[in-house]
Design a binder for this molecule. Structure first.
Ligand code: HOZ
Length: 425
């Protein structure tokens, strides 16, 4: 594979940008080797600066559910840009996007747009604390909610990949406010409620974990969290930055029938442009300034380009049959990869919810971080590079999801499976 230009760019980048990347997982630290620099994308494919073509299952880590450069999204962004890129004043599109979101996720009676999932989670926690007057929060080992100080405790995603689940630079006093439970283990949450009665403002959870690799909630887990939080006067916060509009139009809460008090969104609602949102029950959102005393603001919040892309994306997702199509294609990928691993007599445990999936190498099953952390990351790295060589771009880390988009055709997935057969041989 020719990667002369990628190598040259990475060498420049390393002098100028920490680790040569603007987000750690992209550095290939989790799989070794050097990242390829992407020049363009179209549909399910991306091309690097050396002209190599890949079927893409990173899809910008989730936002590109319609595929790269979808014509509706591109047209919406172009049109918005011609009208002006930012005003720092209210625009009609923000109201339209808020309507689309609140209609899709009924537990979000009011919503505030921000610029990233990190901001959404950070602000949701602040709102939960302001509303309850309590300061502790519960999160789950291996779940990732962006890089705000108090949330970088036993975090997944790049933090896990790069061996810094609990970040340096986070004051011990902040970290002490974050209590960590085991995903899919209600008893571990009950124990925290017993140990800290009336101190827990919120339980923050990815209703389908996507940042330790994909881990579905066990039957009764989300319902149990709902009950425990309601019974103790604390709030249930769903981080649906990945799952929102991904596992169902109404997100994981529609899929599992459990409503959150506050929900965080990002990724898909921006159609590939930087955006985030948090919202929830009207009485909770009343604490947010200028209605209430909890401050949160942003010059580029509700940015017209991002909002236009988000509206175009959500409208495209309203076409009947979309989620059944995604399910069919993702099932094809799951079954193909499962069969390829079996044929090669390689132990790979595949978790999938809708169009997001992870194959964990060397383990029988994965229900939480304890299982995920036992995965054979070296075997995953070998598979990743063998696939990259063959023109398939999976996440450069064992602890991330693969995303299937509406642009992936049956033929793309067949090709992927064929290549996986060869790669696993
Ligand atoms: N936190 C993202 C994956 N879950 C990675 C973002 C990126 O590197 O672009």
């Amino acid at each position: 594979m020719n990667n002369v230009r990628s190598r040259a760019l990475f060498s420049d980048a390393q002098r100028l940008i920490p680790g040569g990347v603007n987000s750690p997982v992209r550095s290939f630290g989790g799989v070794g080797g050097q990242p390829v620099f992407i020049a363009r994308g179209q549909g399910a494919r991306i091309w690097d600066v050396d002209g190599n073509e890949y079927i893409d299952y990173v899809c910008s880590w989730g936002p590109l559910i319609l595929g790269h450069a979808h014509p509706d999204v591109v047209a919406a962004v172009k049109e918005a840009a011609e009208r002006g890129t930012s005003f720092g004043a209210p625009t009609e599109g923000e109201v339209e996007l808020a309507k689309l979101i609140t209609q899709a996720v009924p537990s979000m009676e009011m919503v505030r747009l921000v610029n990233s999932g990190t901001e959404a989670a950070m602000s949701a926690i602040r709102a939960a604390r302001a509303f309850t007057g309590r300061s502790k929060i519960v999160k789950f080992a291996g779940c990732y909610h962006g890089h705000a100080d108090g949330l970088l405790v036993k975090a997944g995603s790049g933090a896990a990949t790069h061996g810094v689940p609990t970040s340096a630079g986070v004051p011990a006093a902040y970290a002490a406010e974050t209590l960590v439970a085991e995903y899919n283990d209600l008893e571990s949450v009950e124990a925290l409620f017993r140990a800290y009665p009336r101190e827990i403002a919120a339980v923050l959870v990815e209703p389908v974990a996507g940042n330790m690799g994909v881990v579905p909630p066990r039957e009764g887990f989300l319902e149990g969290l709902r009950r425990l939080t309601s019974d103790s006067g604390s709030l249930l916060v769903f981080d649906e930055v990945i799952t929102g509009f991904r596992v169902a139009y109404g997100g994981a809460q529609a899929l599992y029938g459990v409503a959150a008090d506050i929900t965080c969104l990002g990724k898909i609602i921006g159609g590939g442009l930087p955006v985030g949102a948090y919202g929830g029950r009207g009485d909770i959102m009343q604490v947010v300034a200028p209605l209430g005393p909890m401050y949160q603001a942003g010059t580029l919040s509700g940015n017209p380009l991002a909002v236009s892309a988000g509206i175009a994306c959500l409208r495209a997702l309203q076409r009947p049959g979309i989620y059944a199509e995604l399910e069919a294609r993702a099932t094809q990928l799951e079954e193909g990869l499962r069969a390829a691993a079996k044929r090669a007599e390689r132990p790979v445990s595949i978790n999938r919810v809708g169009s997001m999936l992870t194959g964990f190498f060397g383990v029988d099953s994965v229900a939480g971080w304890t299982d995920a952390s036992r995965a054979d990351t070296r075997a995953y790295a070998r598979f990743f590079h063998a696939m990259l060589e063959r023109g398939v771009y999976f996440a450069p880390s064992q602890f991330e999801a693969a995303f299937v988009s509406l642009a992936h055709t049956e033929a793309d997935i067949e090709q992927t499976v064929e290549k996986a057969r060869a790669a696993l041989r």
